[in-house]
Design a protein around this ligand. Structure first.
Ligand code: CA
Length: 439
């Protein structure tokens, strides 16, 4: 692990002159400062920002005020871009320097009028995916999810033999990654219904969510040059929440022998905010220990004993049906889980991904896989929660679901929590299911 130490930006007592950031309920206190790309509704130009309370700080406007002139010109130039990629290509020391400079601007007890003029209320803006994603890879890093799906999909009690030796993953589809709030079209595809031997083509009947976290890659390694595990975290700018929408019936018919394809590639939703690894520094924790007797990873995937390679994130998924939303009822939380349940760390995923010489590029997205925990109530997909459609899940007062219906909204939430620390969040990751186009 690289040593990115705690500094003044992690002081739990620090306050901002942006009053809403000091509300204990805010996910965006001054200790967070997550990055996004926004524009005021109705305007055309996108800009980079960080969240602070119920506002965003427009980074291009701020860089033009002179308030960031202590930073290098090369670093300040990246703030005028409309996507994060130029910033992601800078070295991690620059990310830390920028965070400290933004903290200084926002924590000044007497706000500079130039900084005040760079604030925009979140209520009047819209967001987009804040980086160009050249490559998207999704892993399968929760052994609890892997074990339950093996049982439900294949009727076997154990994960495949490779599982405990390497982080299993597949190459996903980058072009259909969308930002929170984007409607999700129910996909059409081929699947086989009970009692039939032949597939039919039509709207998926087993549409599911997968609650995941994802890493955003910074920097690049040349083709043919693996990233050693000891510096793999230097290649991670930050994390976001991710919903890997999954059509189980389409996936079930297509996945052999090459893995998921159209059952996954119709949409993947991420939260608008990228919470930096710097901001998450106080929330590092060991991953859940491996069962006794599991193999020690080979040297290129081996982390030091007691490595704090996990994150203390409380994660939830909720569902609000169309009826519930009309009645202004909050989503029913259907699962509560924790990021430390992963069997493999993001550092191990980066080291494994590049171990054959594959080049990871700034802006690439790496999904953890469904973050299911050991308890049934900690299962992070409907496949698990409904036992593949055989068990109803109560929503609101009167409705129930096995899989998602049109009009359902899935709401993912995540909060980093540690004793004595100011909690920080990701903002919500939401999507409403809309009917499939006519097949
Ligand atoms: Ca997944």
């Amino acid at each position: 692990m690289s040593a990115r130490g705690l500094d003044e930006t992690h002081d739990p007592a620090a306050k901002s002159w942006v009053a809403s950031a000091n509300d204990p309920a805010s996910q965006f206190p001054i200790q967070n400062l997550p990055f996004g790309s926004f524009r005021p509704k109705g305007e055309t130009g996108w800009r980079l920002c960080v969240a602070i309370g119920d506002q965003v700080l427009d980074l291009r406007a701020l860089a033009g005020t002179g308030l960031l002139d202590d930073l290098s010109g090369d670093l300040r130039t990246t703030l005028a871009a409309d996507l994060l990629n130029p910033l992601l290509m800078r070295p991690p020391a620059d990310w830390t320097a920028l965070r400290r400079a933004l903290f200084a601007v926002l924590s000044d007890p007497t706000p500079d009028p130039r900084a005040v003029s760079a604030l925009v209320p979140q209520s009047v803006i819209e967001f987009r995916v804040p980086m160009h994603i050249g490559g998207y890879t999704d892993f399968f890093a929760s052994i609890h999810h892997a074990r339950r799906t093996a049982k439900l999909m294949r009727g076997v009690d154990e994960v495949a033999t490779n599982y405990r030796h390497l982080p299993v993953g597949y190459n996903g589809r980058a072009s259909s990654v969308v930002v929170s709030g984007t409607p999700v079209l129910r996909p059409n595809g081929q699947f086989v219904v009970a009692g039939s031997l032949l597939p039919q083509f039509g709207p998926s009947r087993r549409l599911d969510f997968e609650l995941e976290i994802a890493a955003i890659v910074g920097g690049s390694n040349a083709l043919g040059r693996p990233v050693p595990i000891a510096c793999a975290e230097d290649r991670i700018f930050g994390l976001c929440l991710m919903n890997d929408w999954s059509a189980r019936d389409i996936q079930g018919f297509e996945y052999q022998p090459l893995g998921p394809f159209l059952g996954k590639s119709f949409a993947t939703t991420i939260s608008p905010w990228i919470v930096t690894l710097d901001a998450l520094k106080p929330f590092r924790t060991p991953l859940e220990s491996h069962p006794k007797g599991d193999p020690v990873p080979l040297p290129h995937l081996r982390e030091p004993d007691g490595a704090k390679s996990g994150f203390a994130l409380d994660l939830t998924a909720g569902i609000a049906t169309a009826v519930m939303r009309v009645a202004r009822k909050p989503p029913t939380v259907v699962t509560r889980t924790q990021a430390r349940y992963l069997y493999w760390s993001f550092a191990q995923m980066v080291a494994h991904h590049t171990s054959n010489g594959c080049n990871l590029l700034a802006g690439d997205l790496i999904g953890s896989g469904t973050v299911s925990g050991p308890a049934e109530t900690e299962a992070a997909s409907l496949l698990e929660l409904s036992a593949n459609g055989t068990r109803g899940i109560s929503l609101g007062d009167v409705e129930s679901r096995t899989y998602l219906e049109d009009g359902d909204e899935v709401v993912l939430d995540g909060l980093a929590v540690a004793a004595g620390r100011r909690s920080i969040g990701f903002g919500l990751c939401t999507g409403v299911i809309v009917p499939a186009p006519s097949a």
